[in-house]
Ligand binder design. Structure first.
Ligand SMILES: *[C@@H]1O[C@H](CO)[C@@H](O)[C@H](O)[C@H]1NC(C)=O
Ligand SMILES: *[C@@H]1O[C@H](CO)[C@@H](O)[C@H](O)[C@H]1NC(C)=O
Length: 174
């Protein structure tokens, strides 16, 4: 499931030695609570080394057959500024042709093997049960290396072209 960019192996090797990722916060917001709402949204620390983020969003108007996902990566300079990626995809189409957008495919790995990872339609709920520090660390630093800093990954979800929810995950790469 994992893919690697061969040309950046040297940078990858260097970043493997020097960087570690830590979650600092997660925020979930529903814009229409009759359409969907979050039941859970939090960081959980099992012990000193094992931390994960989790959320569950109930869907009240399913089955949902038209979904658009916008992902924006922010990095903190003076406040958070958009950094490198701002991509929007038709999620239902993407699922059936995952090589159509390699950057989105990269971010999609964060939810691989969760109950979000399935073709349309979506109904009942979407849940990311456990996205662990280690897993993000691996994707963030070993697959595509990023510079040190404070990051925010914002995921905006649209259903039938109306913005329904946003999930913001904050973390530090040091
Ligand atoms: C922390 O929790 C994880 C997951 O339950 C476990 O695999 C790991 O061994 C624990 N580490 C320590 C130091 O207790
Ligand atoms: C992302 O790109 C879209 C389309 O170009 C734009 O409308 C939107 O404002 C951008 N978002 C941010 C946070 O810059």
């Amino acid at each position: 499931k994992k893919f690697k960019f061969k040309s950046i192996n040297v940078i990858t090797f260097i970043s493997q030695i020097f960087t570690t990722f830590e979650f600092t916060n997660i925020k979930c917001l529903s814009f229409d609570k009759e359409f969907s709402d979050f039941e859970t949204c939090r960081i959980k620390a099992v012990n000193r080394t094992y931390k994960y983020v989790t959320f569950k969003c109930n869907l009240y108007k399913g089955p949902i057959k038209k979904i658009k996902i916008n992902i924006v990566l922010y990095k903190r300079f003076n406040g958070y500024r958009p950094f490198m990626y701002n991509i929007t995809v038709d999620a239902c189409r993407f699922f059936n042709n995952q090589n159509s957008n390699l950057i989105f495919k990269y971010f999609y790995q964060f939810v691989a093997n969760s109950n979000i990872d399935h073709p349309c339609p979506y109904e009942d709920f979407v849940e990311l049960r456990q996205l662990s520090t280690q897993y993000v660390n691996d994707l963030f630093t070993n697959v595509l290396p990023f510079p040190e800093g404070d990051y925010q990954l914002e995921v905006n979800a649209y259903a039938y072209d109306i913005k329904r929810a946003v999930v913001k995950v904050y973390g530090t790469l040091s």
